[in-house]
Design a protein around this ligand. Structure first.
Ligand code: NAD
Ligand code: ZN
Ligand code: ZN
Length: 391
């Protein structure tokens, strides 16, 4: 089959590889019909997260048709079913899965020992996402083996197109969880850093959850326009001071809720040094060490507020100014998304027409064009916000 394969930094190729096979009774094989490129894939593209190996198949946002099931699936899935595959693999039976904490499933990471050594604990197995999270082949491919497939799936109602359903496996619940983690009150200002696909979903989610105002921050005009269409007030961090604008919009008090939809590759947004800033302010916000966005959020968030982090952090050296965070009494909530926790609610909202997640798609291409589309997405060329690949 054809698949997008990692060969090293900025080197993704469309190769011919072996078809996947059933390896365990709880496996299923799907024929992928649509898959997408995620901001998280860019961290691997840039080789910012270690533990990829040449030959690894990329991709964790995919859907398709079940073509084969293992003997232990017990009727949960059958040939011909149309499913979205959540990016977090879940066993459905461990203590964490029973609590709905699917992204920290205790059994789905087959390289648990490696994760234990690095993180001091395990995380769930993830598709196409480094050997620390199981080294499972990803879904930017014609076929995919789905482990624990009796639980690791989302059945798609016939009424939804691929484009409407695909993002139920990652970015829609990711933006949604980030907004839910904010415990939004009708009086709240929710500020969202990053208007990529995840930020766009977080914006629409915060609007649906009834925030008084949603403020979206980025520097890419097309992404800011899409944010505005979704109901946000926008700030271009290249031409405006994020902190000053956020204070203006909140009578000098700062937003109650802040969402990080950027993660480890954030750019320094405070381009022009402000001569009025004293050293302490610089230490919170302006030091060149990452994470820039998180530092800015801690600086501007209203005391007692919530910092909700959807952006992925992979390094072990991020510098977080804990002093101001502690003294302001901030609450931090974060994590890989517990995708299936949100499925029923989000499918219903799509079916009811409250939201159509396909709004985010700007580019559709063939799987073979995937290597070029990684570059288009990374460079935000031609107004690119989200790329869907068809097999
Ligand atoms: P993306 O790279 O397309 O979007 C990131 C956006 O952030 C870009 O538009 C960029 O211009 C903007 N940005 C950079 N620096 C900024 C700054 N200083 N201030 C404001 N905006 C800034 O990626 P995406 O697909 O939207 O994903 C966003 C993040 O979410 C990534 O880190 C990704 O790994 C993560 N993610 C997490 C989960 C999860 O389960 N928690 C799931 C999916 C994606
Ligand atoms: Zn993703
Ligand atoms: Zn589990």
């Amino acid at each position: 089959m054809k698949a997008l394969v990692w060969h090293g930094k900025e080197d993704i190729r469309c190769d011919t590889v072996s078809d996947p096979e059933i390896e365990d009774a709880r496996d299923a094989i799907i024929k992928v019909t649509s898959c997408a490129i995620c901001g998280s894939d860019l961290h691997l593209f840039h080789n910012f997260i270690p533990a990829m190996e040449p030959g690894d198949i990329m991709g964790h946002e995919m859907m398709g048709e079940v073509v084969e099931v293992g003997s232990g699936i017990n009727g949960a899935l059958k040939k011909g079913d149309r499913i979205v595959v959540p990016f977090t693999i879940l066993c459905g039976e461990c203590d964490q899965c029973k609590r709905g904490n699917f992204s920290v499933c205790e059994r789905s990471n087959r390289n648990k020992d490696m994760a234990d050594k690095v993180f001091g604990h395990t995380t769930a197995g993830l598709f196409g996402y480094t050997h620390l999270t199981g080294g499972y082949p990803g879904g930017q491919a014609e076929y995919l083996r789905v482990p624990f497939a009796d639980k690791t799936h989302i059945k798609v109602p016939d009424s939804l197109t691929d484009e409407q359903a695909l993002f139920l496996g990652d970015i829609f619940p990711t933006g949604w969880q980030a907004a839910v983690h904010c415990d939004i009150e009708p009086t709240d200002t929710v500020a969202i850093w990053g208007c990529g696909p995840v930020g766009q979903m977080a914006i629409r989610s915060a609007v649906l959850l009834g925030a008084r105002q949603v403020v979206a921050i980025d520097c890419i005009p097309e992404r800011l326009s899409m944010a505005e269409a979704g109901g946000a007030i926008t700030i271009n961090f290249e031409t405006e001071s994020v902190v000053e604008r956020l204070n203006e919009l909140t009578s000098g008090k700062g937003p109650e809720k802040c969402i990080d939809a950027v993660g480890l590759e954030s750019h320094v947004s405070m381009g022009q040094p402000d001569t009025l800033l004293d050293r302490a302010k610089q230490m919170v916000m302006l030091e060149s060490d990452r994470p820039h966005v998180l530092r800015e959020m801690i600086y501007v968030c209203r005391p007692g507020g919530i910092i909700s982090i959807a952006g992925v952090y992979g390094g072990l050296v991020d510098k977080i100014p804990m002093g101001p965070a502690m003294n302001k009494g901030l609450t931090f909530r974060m994590g890989q998304t517990h995708v299936n926790r949100w499925t029923d609610d989000l499918v219903r909202r799509i079916e009811e027409g409250q939201i159509d997640p396909s709004f985010v798609i700007t580019h559709t291409a063939a799987l073979e064009d995937g290597p070029d589309m990684y570059k288009v997405f990374r460079n935000k060329q031609d107004g690119c916000v989200k790329v869907v690949l068809k097999t």
